[in-house]
Design a protein around this ligand. Structure first.
Ligand SMILES: Cc1cc2nc3c(=O)[nH]c(=O)nc-3n(C[C@H](O)[C@H](O)[C@H](O)COP(=O)(O)OP(=O)(O)OC[C@H]3O[C@@H](n4cnc5c(N)ncnc54)[C@H](O)[C@@H]3O)c2cc1C
Length: 620
């Protein structure tokens, strides 16, 4: 990159990030986004990059220390002596590995079923929440929040008896919310209230979405088209056949029966689109990145059962998002487990209160150890399990009557050394794909307003990402950021990294290897270049407009579900069923046991595992 491009991209400015020059830390963290050092700018490194401000600043996605510890475990690099000499760290009734929604749910429901017991929770990040965490920014005096991953939720119907309904009731979560209002005097725009609704196949008809086409898509010159579905794709460069079939694709919606789902699980989504429905391949290309985000893999590898869930159902209400995505759910569970850890009992403190880290590891009932990676969990005699974990450079071991693995299969395979062969074989069928969530804190977004949009979609084959949007934020008594094109806001990019043409099981590892090998600085350049290409002609200036960029890498974001995975093939049960059973004194409860993960499945499988552990331990 030459100096001119560096200047154009705003890479020389003391903003955004980390201050690296050619990958070298310059050590000016205090200047990041105008945040004084006392506000705790994250220590930058070439992998993790700038993490924002506030309690979550050291935990943006899978950070370098977390990845390092996990890979050392995978590669058997911890010496045998470390296990042998691990310091005793107490006896408990339950050990929980993983402090995401599932782990916290397991602990909560274990205690409800088993009475006052001692729980040890190990979480390898510096804060609880797992994929349901938030990024925080301070831009020109405005505190802004964005999701790191887990983002949208639907309000459960009161009295429906569902687990999420019971959860909302138990934790007194509101079911009506306030949202930023548009009182600018300018013509209003329509926003998504989360970071999915703007995507095609969700609720994009309720959002003002701009579609960017250039010569590669057949446009005579780069052009923006707004809300393309409104006028049946007129003005887009798609061929007549593609337009017809895209409209037919979009008109396919409605719930599916179990029989239909089972049928769809026997073929790939591409087969379904092109061979069953006979659609032009342009439809597959159109949906490819969305399928890639949701399923982790391309349409020629994902089950049609997952792809078919796309396509806007007009009656569906817009999905919602808390300011920090689904972070309030694990925070509510944390507050129930250790009230001092998140003081207060109102909604605002649930969302924005500072975590009292000192309270996490001192309560007699539940102790949460952060930055603690479980390395090995095995049975010790007929009535106990023992976990060995590393925290910093120290090794510990603790015992309990029972354990819940609320972590995913990619790590459980290495931790559970005494698991039976059939469970290992089931786990060997699990494959995972990465996802990347990038929050770009903007000083202003007039360039989008002038396009008449709050979300964008583009179609590069080799470019970066495929969509981004600005949410209409939920507001509360203490949090009401402005909704004005001349004021700060977060522009969020969600993307999977599918690799069409590769088998389902190899796409994830191939994408992950590339993604782990890419330094933060490279991703940053790609974001800035893409934004400059898309929005430069509208007056966007990266140097002036970008206040900060936070990258959230999720190496194992999605459990890949190729055809046959969900229901099993040839009369053989799905490997999901075997894993759900656990073994011995170990209950397994992670959102992935649902197949497609969501906060409700994390709650559900965590609860089931916690209650099962209470029975195994003889407490229930
Ligand atoms: C990019 C992305 C977007 C998503 N969007 C949505 C959405 O919009 N809505 C929705 O409902 N869901 C969404 N999800 C799904 C999300 O998986 C669930 O909502 C939920 O947050 C998962 O919770 P969990 O506890 O099952 O798993 P996790 O959040 O993965 O929690 C497991 C925890 O265990 C820790 N851990 C792992 N190994 C060890 C070890 N050896 N020792 C100690 N700790 C360990 C992990 O670091 C993690 O903190 C999204 C997920 C991703 C990745």
């Amino acid at each position: 990159m030459n100096d001119r491009e560096r200047r154009l991209l705003g890479l020389g400015s003391p903003i955004s990030r980390r201050d690296f020059l050619n990958g070298t830390l310059l050590g000016t963290a205090g200047l990041i986004a105008g945040v004084p050092p006392t506000q705790g700018a994250a220590p930058a490194d070439t992998f993790t990059g700038y993490g924002g401000v506030g309690d979550y600043r050291l935990a943006n996605g899978n950070t370098w220390p977390v990845v390092q510890a996990a890979h050392r475990l995978r590669d058997a690099q911890y010496p045998a002596t470390a296990y042998a000499k691990a310091a005793p760290a107490g006896e408990y009734d339950l050990i929980v590995v993983g402090g995401g929604i599932a782990g916290l749910s397991a602990a909560h429901y274990f205690l409800k079923a088993g009475g006052r017991r001692r729980v040890l929770m190990l979480e390898n990040h510096p804060i609880i929440g797992g994929e349901a965490k938030q990024n925080e920014f301070l831009v020109d005096g405005e505190r802004l929040y964005g999701p790191q991953g887990s983002n949208d939720f639907a309000i459960p119907t009161a009295g429906s008896g569902s687990l999420t309904d019971a959860f909302f009731a138990e934790f007194r979560l509101p079911r009506e919310f306030d949202w930023q209002t548009w009182d600018t005097g300018l013509a209003p725009l329509r926003f998504a209230r989360d970071n999915y609704s703007n995507m095609d196949g969700f609720q994009e008809s309720q959002v003002d979405v701009g579609y960017y086409f250039d010569r590669a898509q057949g446009a005579a010159a780069p052009v923006w088209r707004r809300n393309i579905w409104n006028d049946s794709l007129v003005g887009t460069p798609f061929s007549a056949e593609a337009r017809r079939d895209l409209m037919r694709w979009r008109a396919t919606h409605g719930p599916l029966s179990e029989v239909e789902n089972r049928y769809l699980d026997t073929l790939t989504y591409r087969d379904y689109l092109e061979n069953v429905r006979g659609f032009d391949p342009a439809v597959t290309r159109f949906v490819e990145p969305i399928v890639g985000l949701l399923s982790g893999v391309s349409a020629d590898a994902a089950s049609a059962r997952i792809g078919r869930q796309l396509v806007e159902a007009p009656a569906n209400p817009m999905a919602l998002s808390f300011p920090g995505g689904n972070a309030p759910f694990p925070r509510a569970l944390l507050r129930a487990l250790i009230p001092d850890a998140l003081p207060g009992n109102d909604f605002d403190s649930l969302l924005f209160g500072a975590i009292n880290f000192g309270a996490l590891d001192r309560d007699a009932t539940t102790r949460i150890k952060l930055c603690a990676t479980a390395l090995r969990l095995e049975h010790r005699g007929p009535a106990a399990v023992e976990v060995t974990y590393v925290q910093g450079d120290k090794f510990f071991k603790a015992r309990a009557a029972t354990a819940v693995m609320a972590s995913g299969g990619w790590i459980n395979k290495h931790v559970l050394t005494d698991m039976p062969d059939d469970l290992r074989a089931a786990y060997d069928e699990f494959a995972y794909a990465p996802a990347l969530i990038i929050n770009v804190a903007l000083r202003q977004w007039r360039f989008l307003y002038d396009l008449g949009v709050t979300a964008c979609r583009w179609f590069d084959d080799d470019g970066f990402g495929y969509c981004c949007n600005i949410r209409q934020n939920m507001t509360t008594g203490t949090h009401a950021p402005p909704l004005h094109p001349d004021r700060p806001a977060i522009l969020t990019f969600y993307m999977g990294l599918p690799i069409p043409g590769l088998a389902a099981a190899t796409q994830g590892p191939a994408a992950r290897a590339k993604f782990y090998a890419t330094p933060f600085a490279d991703f940053e350049v790609r974001v800035r270049r893409q934004m400059l290409r898309l929005f430069g002609p509208q007056g966007f200036d990266p140097k002036r407009d970008i206040a900060a960029i936070v990258l959230n890498r999720w190496g194992h974001a999605r459990l890949i579900e190729p055809p046959g995975f969900h229901y099993g093939v040839g009369g053989r049960p799905s490997p999901l069923e075997r894993v759900r059973e656990g073994y011995g004194r170990v209950a397994i409860g992670h959102s992935e046991l649902n197949g497609a993960q969501h906060w409700g499945s994390a709650l559900e499988y965590g609860k089931k595992a916690g209650e099962r552990a209470a029975v195994i331990g003889g407490f229930g």
